[in-house]
Design a protein around this ligand. Sequence first.
Ligand code: UDX
Length: 454
Amino acid sequence: MENRRTHGLRVVLVPPPFQGHITPMLQLGSILHSRGFSITIAHTEFNPPCSCNHPEFFFLPLADNLSGYDTSFWNLLEVISVINVNCKAPLQQYLVQMMEKLEPHDKVCCIIYDTIMHFTDAVANHLNLPSIILRTTSASNVLAWDAIPRLQEGGYISLQESLANELVPELYPLRFKDLPYQKPSKVVLQFTADLNKVRSSAAIVWNTMDFLEHSSLSQLQQQYQIPNFSIGPMHKTAPISTTSLLKEDNSCLAWLDKQAPNTVIYVSLGSLAMVDKKELAEMAWGLANSDQPFLWVVRPGLVDGSEASNQFLELFQGFKERIRGRGLVVKWAPQKEVLAHSAVGGFLSHCGWNSTLESICEGVPMICRPCFSDQLVNARYLIHVWKVGLEMDPVLERGGIQRAIRSLMVEKEGEEMRQRAIDMGQKIKRCVQKGGSSYNSLNDLEEFILSWSS
Ligand code: UDX
């Protein structure tokens, strides 16, 4: 879109190679592009975003030299640390070349990086470019992480098991068992400290909304003392739809068209969480026994990291016959469209932040089964504060799953929750409409970036 003020201005975006982080970064790119900025996505060679879905962006692959490393979920921290070392020189080199080749009226005006890619700060400094951090989790999660060293010093963390159901001091409404890490090692604490540093960045962008996280955002604003822009939920402003690394199976939308309104429970544990074969069997029979229609994502890697996770379902004798017509299993769904479909009445979820935003925005109440990290914090807010989430026993067991689905989908408790979720969805949508807090904050962000262009 031609815009005289932003014409010729390029923003470089640096996402890490994980679905839950690539998605909000591409959304931010799409939003800025719709306002006339040119966008470069500097990404790792590992897990690259699909450039074919985004012809409007320029993609810059960075040599990450990850070959030979274990890139599985269990080694994520090492992968992130290697990326932070190996990608620095290539990013710097590419940007120098890019800036040399720019036409006189073109300019790289800033770099926006996911806080996981914190090496970017040094590159930006070296090139005299301003930088902005994108935080892709909830603000409340960042506060929880910030509190962990303090709790450790106070001796609380070693007592965590006996305190599991107690409220964490100064972190209401979190209980000790809702903290993102139960017994963080030194490596984990250092990793988090690195994520929470602002370094020389000029501002922070949040994919959240003031009305949802007002108190946490105010605390963080005081702490960071640089402009904070809360512009979420970005998927409601971004013109792009797909940001998936895996191929979406759109056939499930036609299947949803045949189901009655609010009857289908959608089930997905996101892009990283795993279950073992026994847990998969419990989920399968919990869904089958619930007697509700369901759409279940069994992605490659869900079962113990196996690419052929879907095939394990074949092992459950009688499962396919039992669910025929009533349940559909796909490897990857167009989740935003699924949650916006009128047939979907509930979401059994790991409570990743993107999934949380996508669900509550569409007025879909959730069954919360957090797996790790920020998901525990998000689940606590969904259940206890926003009251649009149902608590489920963390042990995946067919009886518990069946009961949770029945409570959400057919009982009064679920109906009340659905009503609250619908109200909440309407309020969230107002945030991104003209005059809403996220809409205004996005305008402020644009002005902030433009202030560097003269
Ligand atoms: C990870 C962490 O687990 C999460 O807690 C953190 O907030 C971000 O990084 P992930 O497991 O990927 O996230 O979950 P989530 O944040 O919910 O993101 C998953 C994304 O994948 C969502 O945008 C969702 O729409 C998409 N998705 C998921 C699909 O498009 N199709 C699917 O079938 C499943």
